[in-house]
Design a protein around this ligand. Structure first.
Ligand SMILES: Cc1ncc(COP(=O)(O)O)c(C=O)c1O
Length: 592
């Protein structure tokens, strides 16, 4: 976004000083000595001092000094001493949330001192400079080889891939490669290539839809349902796939609920559809696996037997239909933000039109990312993580995260202070055999293979029973009250569905490595405290409301609206203001 502004702050573009004002100011700067703010000469106000230095003569009164704050949208005429500028920026950024308590995001927020040392040593290297940094390119190739093995690529194939800016760029490339291959298949048969489409579930992250829109492919979103566990329902593919389907995006770990979409079942249905349509020139419709989170979590947490028991033995390159996979290193690859990967299981899946050959001192290099220059240190960080943690290091860390997430879900369900108040929408806390939960949480640790695989997150909502008893209490209150304790836990509607489940909102907590058992317990205690407070306030307010001359229904609605207004991120009536409603209604499609 070029400019970010809140609804009570004008677009900074409108705050540009007028041309005459600018000229006057420049004239004043050259003729006047720097003035202090009237009445505040002795007060060491950092921001006013800074304004004085950047806009000499402009801040003669406190009132004016406030308007000059808008000048943070204009490059100052004179620069600031580095240490002063540091303080200015540092102080402002302190207003951001604490990344460790940002449980809304999958993106890693921890690095070690030694990793930071390596990052700093390589911070100025450009990944695109093959000539200058041959070892960086070598580390990139090693990471690609490591990921290909992790994703079960056969040694007989020649995997190919590249580092990307997160999963988003990787998904664009995976989609583009499928589009080109489809075009070739259709062109060879002399058929029309003007109407390609791609299939994905409505639980997709926005990056997948972006691919379709940016690269002019019809996006066929398959709505999910409670029955499909908010994932792509393979059977519904019959209504969506045709000869113009370039491929399917299958999500290994949905953003909303962390479920693993079933590559095997999707592939089986595609085979059935193709068999029913022998005249199609579009054979072997490919699957691109979106492993933004699952690309690391699945191979490093769930043994093949465990996945088999769950009905998802082959999710990677060992499945014939899977041609490409992406992941976000900055999620469970544990690098800093900005790194992802896309791999094709064989060189032949990436058409020549998408490859560019560039001459370097050492020979010819191929490039096929959407970006050219990008930070090299992220690849160094990923390689360092592989080498320093090894497979076992990752496994140990993920085992703990998954355990903590399961214990948290279990505790929400069994809390004596919140009996029956919550339903869990994610599934990793459930036994594979019967969907039940254990008597003792230690079973999650001892018999981890008995429980459903998935991403370490807990998506939960107030139960129907709770809503029936307390219809006045909006779930969004929990999210906003947790925010005042520092926790960032979003409350969003479920994806578009066939059964109205998208009318439900869920709270979602991602369990990254720093979310240890003690912190999870504190979160639980805070949720219990908030629920107690909400129920207490509700009882008090509804007692008072008894005296209102209104029907019970309108009393209820009054309390609900009041609480919802308190929980809303912006001021205003969303019912009468559609623009505000659009701005404030969030969706997990846009989280990461
Ligand atoms: C399933 C899925 N796909 C794609 C993305 C986009 O990933 P990135 O933020 O790395 O671009 C996300 C982000 O959370 C995701 O959860």
């Amino acid at each position: 976004m070029l400019y970010k502004h809140t609804n009570n702050q004008k677009n900074p573009r409108t705050l540009y000083p007028k041309k005459e004002e600018q000229e006057e100011r420049i004239a004043a700067q050259t003729t006047q000595t720097r003035k202090s703010i009237v009445g505040l000469e002795d007060v060491k106000l950092l921001s006013s001092q800074l304004q004085e230095m950047s806009y000499p003569g402009a801040t003669t009164t406190l009132e004016q000094s406030q308007t000059t704050l808008a000048n943070s949208y204009v490059i100052p005429r004179h620069g600031l001493p580095e240490d002063v500028a540091y303080n200015l920026v540092h102080n402002e950024l302190n207003l951001d949330g604490n990344p460790h308590l940002n449980l809304a995001s999958f993106v890693n927020t921890t690095t070690t001192d030694i990793a930071n040392k390596l990052i700093n040593e390589n911070i100025n290297k450009n990944l695109a400079d093959n000539d200058e940094y041959p070892q960086l390119i070598e580390l990139t190739q090693r990471c690609i080889s490591m990921l290909a093995q992790l994703w079960k690529c056969s040694p007989d194939l020649e995997p190919i891939g590249c580092a990307t800016t997160g999963s988003s760029e990787a998904i664009m490339l995976g989609g583009l490669a499928m589009k080109k291959k489809w075009e070739h298949r259709m062109q060879d048969a002399g058929k029309d290539i003007s109407k390609p489409n791609i299939i994905m579930s409505s639980a997709c992250q926005v990056a997948l839809e972006k691919f379709a829109r940016y690269f002019e492919v019809e996006c066929r979103l398959v709505p999910v349902s409670k029955k499909s566990h908010y994932m792509l329902d393979p059977k519904s593919l019959w209504d969506y796939v045709d000869e113009n389907t370039i491929g399917c995006f299958v999500i290994l770990g949905t953003t909303y609920t962390g479920h693993l979409e079933n590559v095997e079942k999707v592939a089986d249905v595609l085979t059935e559809i193709e068999n029913q349509n022998p005249t199609w020139s579009n054979k072997d419709i490919p699957i691109h696996v979106d492993g933004a989170s699952g690309g690391f979590i699945v191979p490093l947490s769930f043994h093949t037997d465990h996945m088999k028991q769950y009905g998802l033995q082959r999710w990677g390159f060992n499945h014939p239909r899977v041609v490409s996979i992406n992941t976000s290193s900055h999620k469970f690859g544990l690098t800093t933000p900005g790194l992802g990967w896309v791999l094709w299981k064989d060189d032949s899946y990436l058409s020549n039109e998408l490859r560019f050959r560039l001459k370097y001192l050492g020979g010819i290099e191929e490039t096929f990312g959407l970006n050219f220059s990008r930070p090299g240190f992220q690849v160094v960080h990923q390689y360092f993580n592989f080498v320093s943690m090894g497979l076992n290091g990752y496994k140990a860390l993920f085992k703990k995260s998954i355990f903590v997430s399961r214990v948290f879900a279990h505790s929400l369900l069994t809390s004596k202070k919140m009996p029956g108040y919550f339903d869990i929408v994610s599934s990793t806390h459930e036994r594979i055999s019967d969907g039940g939960i254990p008597d003792y949480v230690s079973d999650y640790w001892d018999n981890t293979q008995d429980y459903k695989p998935g991403i370490p997150l807990v998506a939960f909502k107030l139960s129907d029973e709770f809503h029936e008893n307390f219809p006045e209490i909006p779930q969004a209150m929990i999210s906003s009250m947790l925010r005042s304790r520092g926790w960032i836990i979003p409350n969003y509607p479920l994806p578009k569905s066939t059964d109205d489940s998208d009318q439900c909102e869920v709270l979602r907590v991602v369990f990254r490595s720093e979310m240890k058992l003690d912190l999870a317990q504190m979160l639980l205690i805070d949720i219990e405290g908030i629920i107690t407070k909400l129920l207490y306030s509700y009882t008090k307010v509804s007692k008072e409301a008894q005296h209102m001359q209104a029907t019970p229904e309108s009393r209820r609605s009054f309390i609900y609206e009041m609480l919802l207004a308190l929980a809303s991120p912006e001021e205003g009536d969303t019912e009468t203001n559609p623009e505000l409603k659009e701005r404030t209604s969030r969706n997990y499609r846009g989280t990461c």
